[in-house]
Ligand binder design. Structure first.
Ligand SMILES: [Zn+2]
Length: 345
């Protein structure tokens, strides 16, 4: 069988890898949705770079680390984009201003896991958990990204763990001076409330990454509906070239409100993604909401299907990070792999 890449349209390339509809750093889901029609060249030369940028630059990238979607042993992010403020028993505290709070996906509550927060020059931040510190190769690679000079390091954990982490860092040849004035002690509390401020500019690479998720999802559903031949049509030339070649006008607009599941309306974000597609004014649109933070509306093309009237087209799914399931948004029931089609429920 000849495969053809839905992005570059080539047939002569390798197709050994799997392109996940929703990138794996955003969670693991059952069924596992991936495409075999994205070539290895597009994947390694373009898509994996867009993913790295998104992980480090977008709020949703940082949230994927906070929700521990992949149990990463280290996390990097740029530009001091995340400012956290904590209140303990109603009073603001500076105790936690230099730590990286993780979140329990099931409850949304803060989980404080021992770590080192390294602030390097040029706004490059690195969070390392214990496993990340012990892995010598990874440690060196990560520290090279941050830069090994002009660092500020903040340790979080009990005295034993912090002692262990400091010894490990010194053993790896990175000496540092301790500032006693910055040592703060405190107890964690049930009453801890966590707010964050985030200054994000949506750059083109972030928009390309969002567009890629939208088109991947649409492509998966199209293939499930046995309409795969449409994917190579000129209708999709604009979104293809935007994602892969960074050419043309962005198809993304931002809707301020993110998606919420029942009972989570007041949270700033949730551990679930919502993808849906629909037709409006002759256009085919996909909405992408990751962690319910914002909703991105991606214009895919003019409505392309001659055999499907728009009235029966359109569907959406919830990707639940805590349950690792894909759910129907109306009933909350889990869906099967072959149930993910283009048509309405
Ligand atoms: Zn390709």
């Amino acid at each position: 069988m000849t495969r053809r890449c839905i992005y570059c349209l080539e047939t002569e390339r390798k197709f050994d890898g799997e392109e996940h509809v929703v990138s794996q750093f955003l969670g693991k889901f059952d069924p596992d949705l991936f495409l075999k029609v994205v070539c290895d060249t597009c994947n390694s030369k373009v898509i994996s770079k867009l993913e790295s940028t998104f992980k480090e630059d977008a709020m949703e990238g940082i949230l994927s680390a906070q929700y521990r979607c992949r149990k990463d042993s280290s996390i990097r992010f740029k530009n001091d984009k995340l400012t956290t403020t904590f209140r303990v028993n109603g009073k603001p505290t500076t105790m936690f201003s230099n730590i990286f709070p993780c979140l329990d996906p099931a409850t949304g509550k803060i989980e404080l896991i021992p770590h080192v927060l390294v602030k390097g020059p040029n706004g490059r931040n690195l969070v390392m958990f214990w496993e990340g510190l012990r892995d010598a190769k990874r440690f060196d690679k990560r520290m090279n990204w941050t830069g090994k000079k002009n660092l500020t390091m903040y340790f979080f954990g009990d005295d034993d763990t912090v002692g262990k982490m400091k010894r490990e860092i010194r053993r790896r040849g990175l000496d540092f001076r301790e500032d006693e004035e910055n040592i703060e002690k405190g107890e964690s509390s049930e009453e801890m409330i966590f707010n964050y401020e985030f200054n994000a500019t949506l750059d083109r690479d972030v928009e390309r990454f969002i567009s890629k998720i939208a088109f991947n999802y649409f492509a998966y559903c199209t293939l499930q509906s046995n309409l795969g031949e449409y994917l190579y049509d000129d209708y999709f030339a604009a979104i293809r070239t935007f994602v892969i070649y960074d050419v043309g006008e962005s198809p993304v607009t931002i809707l301020k409100h993110g998606y919420r599941t029942a009972g989570t309306e007041n949270r700033p974000h949730i551990a679930a993604h919502f993808l849906t597609f629909y037709e409006a004014n002759g256009r085919l649109l996909v909405n992408v909401s990751l962690f319910g933070f914002l909703t991105y509306r991606v214009q895919i093309s003019a409505y392309p299907f001659k055999s499907i009237p728009p009235s029966v087209f359109g569907k959406g799914y919830v990707f639940d990070v805590a349950k690792h399931k894909i759910l129907r948004p109306d009933t909350g029931e889990p869906v099967q792999k072959n149930d993910v089609s283009l048509l309405r429920h």
